[in-house]
Design a protein around this ligand. Sequence first.
Ligand SMILES: Cc1cc2nc3c(=O)[nH]c(=O)nc-3n(C[C@H](O)[C@H](O)[C@H](O)COP(=O)(O)OP(=O)(O)OC[C@H]3O[C@@H](n4cnc5c(N)ncnc54)[C@H](O)[C@@H]3O)c2cc1C
Length: 412
Amino acid sequence: MKMISFDVVVIGGGSAGMASALKAKENGVSVAIIERDDRLGGILNQCIHNGFGLNYFKKELTGPEYANLFIEKVKKSNIKVFLLSTVLKIENNFEITVINGSGLFKISAKSIVLATGCRERPAGAISLCGSRPAGVISAGSAQKFVNIYGKMIGKNIVIVGSGDIGLIMARRLRFEGANVIGVYEIMPYPSGLKRNIVQCLEDYNIPLHLSKTVVEVVGEDRVKGVYVAPVNSDYSFDLTKKELISCDAVVLSIGLVPENEVAIKFGVKQNAITGGAVVDEYLQTSIDGIFACGNGLHVHDIVDNVSKEAERAGENSAKFVKNLLSRGKSNFIKNGFGVRYVNPSNYYESDGILTINFRVSNIFKNAKIIVMGNGKIIREINKNILLPAEMESVILSKKGLRSDLEVLIKTN
Ligand SMILES: Cc1cc2nc3c(=O)[nH]c(=O)nc-3n(C[C@H](O)[C@H](O)[C@H](O)COP(=O)(O)OP(=O)(O)OC[C@H]3O[C@@H](n4cnc5c(N)ncnc54)[C@H](O)[C@@H]3O)c2cc1C
């Protein structure tokens, strides 16, 4: 089988893949991107709404505009791009098996960046009861039908879950003339960003029902309606109050999960909470030389954070190739009260800057983010509100940091 070699091979050509590849290239190594789609850009290609790039480019862009700024740089960069090429597996010595229209081929790498993005949770993930008629569709698929293929998915639409994609699709379907009956969220708080609640629902009078969810789908060939019911504080459903809502489409926005089959098969250790790899402060996984970033590492709220994180993965993969990745004594970083997970899960004793990303597990008002080390408070940040939908970051100087760390939330 034909074998081609590169210093750094990036798997996935979305925003994370492109940003990491460009940074690796800037650091003087040969780089290839392998992307299974027919173009670079990943999920951004179907996100035609604006709101991208406010942090990274300091201007408001649509998803394709944001992607194109990176695609243009990739085109000028001498990075080898393999499109319509899917990575099937990684083997020892970092031999990567790829399939495309011409068959199988192998690419060998000195370092690999995993930038494989995420996929949507399907109906089975929430054990949705009832029949299985046509018209029950994930929010991302609905977005692809409407934005890429120009096809509507229904006229009277119920949205299950208040994740950002569902909120954006509620507005998008309303723009296209649909009656968006409402968004039903099992939790007592929305799971999407505040700005999307306001700009996608409130501005268009689309009702958001918290602690209420779809308990049954009704319909034979095509969905005819759903039963919705209030959710008790122990997350059981109050079926005595269930009501039937007529609709011809149900859009599921019930979460994203990192897409990591290739990494898992190769033995990259996974984080049970994020569904992505366990990484150190260099975004290096449990296997030396394999780095991870973007939604394949943990689901991000905004793409600007994906690009910045991916640049670090790309730079560190190039440093790995050049044997420049210095590692001192390793200390753990763990999540404490109110924190669902932390990324990275360890850091190395040396000078420099440490960025810890995390999400809280509940809504906290007038709270403090606290970083503890050696029984002492190392950093304390006051927050009016902390939301599970928003990724939080703490940036620390590593000078003098010599202990395990714990990130926790304290309420007043
Ligand atoms: C509907 C939606 C709306 C959003 N709205 C906003 C917004 O308004 N503002 C904002 O800032 N952010 C928004 N985001 C978030 C942001 O777009 C994403 O976080 C970001 O684009 C993810 O980039 P990524 O590269 O990690 O993943 P992706 O873009 O998913 O890229 C991963 C790529 O890897 C490829 N791949 C996977 N496995 C393989 C394999 N085995 N072989 C080869 N290729 C592979 C995939 O084909 C894909 O192209 C939104 C996201 C979605 C889904």
